[in-house]
Design a protein around this ligand. Structure first.
Ligand code: HEM
Length: 145
């Protein structure tokens, strides 16, 4: 977390700690994440018709966690990836609004999986990250510095 302003570095540390704790306590978060996503956006379930064994969903979530770690840290590619995936996923009939829902669901599942280990600092860091992510999901064709 070198070269990050102190607030961002603190948020990054809190988010990383939450992800570690959630993985430790909750194991594979994929079933929880997708169950909640489909409860909230039922029309998304059918779009995974090719994913009989859950491999695509698992792979996608793994990419999302990697992207989150880059987004809160060096941000070497994640902001571009997210903007690109929003467009790519239009080809799968995924509306861009569902990206915000999806990231929100990931945050909730991580929070709940942390249980008593979930701190106000983690909650605040995730809130800030979600609002930061919104800019990349919502804007098309924005030129990033
Ligand atoms: C930043 C967020 C996201 C990233 C990085 C991402 C990444 C990916 C990747 C890499 C794949 C291909 C996986 C594979 O074939 O092994 C994929 C497939 C897919 N994603 Fe996402 N995804 C994101 C968000 C979403 C959201 C919010 C939805 C909404 C439900 C979604 C729906 C799908 C669907 C339906 C497929 C399967 C397409 C197929 O049949 O091959 N993705 N995603």
């Amino acid at each position: 977390m070198n070269n990050l302003p102190p607030t961002r570095a603190a948020d990054a540390a809190a988010i990383e700690a939450s992800l570690e704790l959630a993985a430790e306590r909750g194991g594979d978060l994929a079933p929880l994440v997708y169950a909640r996503l489909f409860a909230r956006q039922p029309e998304m379930r059918a779009l995974f018709w090719r994913d009989a064994n859950g491999a695509i969903k698992g792979e996608m979530l793994a990419k999302v966690f990697e992207a989150i770690l880059d987004f809160i840290g060096p941000r070497s590619y994640a902001h571009n990836l997210i903007e690109t995936e929003v467009v790519t996923h239009e080809g799968y009939d995924v509306p861009r609004t569902v990206f915000a829902t999806f990231f929100g669901v990931v945050a909730e599942v991580v929070g709940e999986s942390c249980g008593a280990g979930w701190t106000p600092a983690m909650a605040a860091a995730w809130r800030r990250m979600l609002s930061d992510l919104d800019h990349f999901v919502a804007q098309r064709g924005r030129v990033m510095a």
